[in-house]
Design a protein around this ligand. Structure first.
Ligand SMILES: Nc1ncnc2c1ncn2[C@@H]1O[C@H](COP(=O)(O)OP(=O)(O)OP(=O)(O)O)[C@@H](O)[C@H]1O
Length: 307
């Protein structure tokens, strides 16, 4: 089980203060998958790092199976397996097998235990055939699978995955997701992702972070139900503040995909049930890389939509 209680974290660099997390509370029950979503810089990785005991919160505490990340670091580390987005710490010239054996031994396994566990995990993640190939020859998807295998070496009950499928092709990421589902049967998992379809597919509970604050939390159905319907509306000009809803442009007409509670005058082309992505766009403001932001940088709507 993962529990976060009133956690805050502020970074101070170059005379500036960045409040990465502001009084965050959340709970992921045993055997469930939680997903942290939010714009770039929302605080997702900071929370994963706190749960992994890599950084300490300024206030509040977090618990892994009842162990406090600020008071019981050793026990927490024994109870978690972590896969970070910037995973580079493998030996490039060693094979996948030798890498796993090495990390097994430094985590306290005997050589024979580490070898047995490496075989088992390579089988689980589908890398058995590649076990004697050097890590540097692995594709991105294979590297990620090896990172997941490493996170599982001590068979920890809690797994933390920071953007696990980033940079993977469609087939590899689908494959990786089914692996996460298999593993989740016996584990509690918290992952971060920018891929809303992935989150819909995997998460029992979704936590939306915005500038370090939890602004929505619940099952996919609970979160989506808050939005009512979405409409595709054709307009001649994009109303102020609604540029984030632009999904197309043709012959002087903009097409918005917009929740029904936003006030837009235009021709309604169709109405649909919202997706998680619709909710995400609705909840985020200037944080997302909206068309307005692109315009400011000189990209422009028309440029973006092909004119
Ligand atoms: N070590 C650090 N020193 C200074 N600022 C930091 C540090 N780590 C994170 N931050 C800042 O804290 C905020 C939250 O960062 P964090 O990496 O947690 O966001 P994120 O939600 O994981 O973003 P992304 O989706 O881009 O990975 C950002 O504004 C970031 O620049």
């Amino acid at each position: 089980m993962i529990k976060v209680v009133n956690v805050s974290k502020t970074f101070r660099t170059g005379g500036k203060e960045i409040k990465a997390l502001n009084n965050v509370n959340l709970e992921i029950e045993k055997g469930k998958i939680g997903a942290l979503v939010g714009h770039n810089g929302a605080g997702k990785t900071t929370l994963i790092k706190i749960l992994s005991t890599l950084i300490i919160p300024d206030s509040g505490d977090a618990y892994i199976n009842g162990y406090s990340v600020t008071k019981n670091e050793k026990e927490v580390r024994r109870n978690i397996g972590t896969m970070m987005v910037s995973e580079r710490a493998f030996y490039f010239r060693l094979s996948g097998f030798d890498n796993l054996v090495f990390f097994g031994i430094i985590q306290g396994l005997s050589k024979s235990e580490a070898k047995r566990r490496a075989e088992e995990l390579l089988e689980l993640v589908g890398l058995s055939e590649w076990k004697n190939v050097q890590y540097m020859k692995y594709s991105t998807g294979m590297q990620r699978k090896l990172a997941l295998a490493r996170a599982l070496i001590l068979d920890p009950p809690v797994i933390l995955l920071d953007e696990p499928t980033l940079g993977m092709d469609v087939v590899s990421s689908r494959d990786f997701r089914s692996l996460i589902k298999v593993i989740s049967k016996e584990k509690t998992i918290l992952l971060t992702s920018h891929n809303m379809k992935e989150v819909e597919d995997l998460a029992d509970k979704i936590i939306v972070l915005k500038r370090g604050n939890v602004i929505a939390e619940g099952t996919k159905e609970e979160i989506i139900s808050k939005l009512g319907k979405v409409r595709i509306v054709a307009v001649n000009d994009v109303p102020k503040g609604l540029d984030k809803y632009v999904v197309g442009y043709n012959n002087g007409i903009f097409y918005l995909r917009v929740p029904e509670n936003e006030n837009v005058n235009g021709e309604v082309i169709k109405e649909e049930k919202p997706t998680l992505e619709d909710v995400f766009v609705y909840l985020m403001g200037e944080e997302i890389d909206s068309t307005r932001n692109r315009t400011r940088r000189g990209g422009g709507w028309r440029g973006r939509w092909g004119e």
